[in-house]
Design a protein around this ligand. Sequence first.
Ligand code: PCA
Length: 209
Amino acid sequence: MTVLLTGFAPFGGSATNPSWQAARLVAARRDDVVAVELPVEFGTSLPALRATIERHRPSLVVCAGEAGGRSAVTPERVAINLIDARIPDNAGDQPVDVPVMAGGPAAYFTTLPVKAAVAAIQAKGVPAAVSHTAGTYVCNQVFYGLMHLLATEFPSLRGGFVHVPSAPEQTGAGRPALEVQQSAEALDALITTALTTVDDLDVSAGTLN
Ligand code: PCA
């Protein structure tokens, strides 16, 4: 049983990306987890993801990214077929209002038990909440591309996406952030939950706005 856990390269002028730092920590302490860093480039992130799935043949794929401005770990529920980049990617590309997959469905839902994962992460003392948007940048592209791949080519594979907050050393004092160790704890709990939970919790995690 192999779990593929991806994180992202630094982007947007930052020297580090806590999603990759946390993914590496998890892989160092779990021998069922392989950690792979994905590029923050619209042109190469999905080919890199496909290559790494074909190479490792995992039974679970969890992609992680950094969400600046969030203070909780947020398993994502919905990937949308839209790219609208607010800043250029690491190759200088800034696509606006284009689909991730031309002709693909408007959205895919995660196949991770996100509510059970949130409960498990909170039980570790780490702030967590279900999120209903992964944005419109490279993270959402990878999330949508992953779910498209699973729906069309790897139907027995489960997967999804989770955002982690920036690390305190990246933000100024008083800005939303979370220690990388805590993000790693959360990813670890999310993976364990996904491996052991078939049906998600029947509790509300909806929002009114
Ligand atoms: N966060 C960005 C891209 C890479 C990352 O870690 C995003 O949320 O789209």
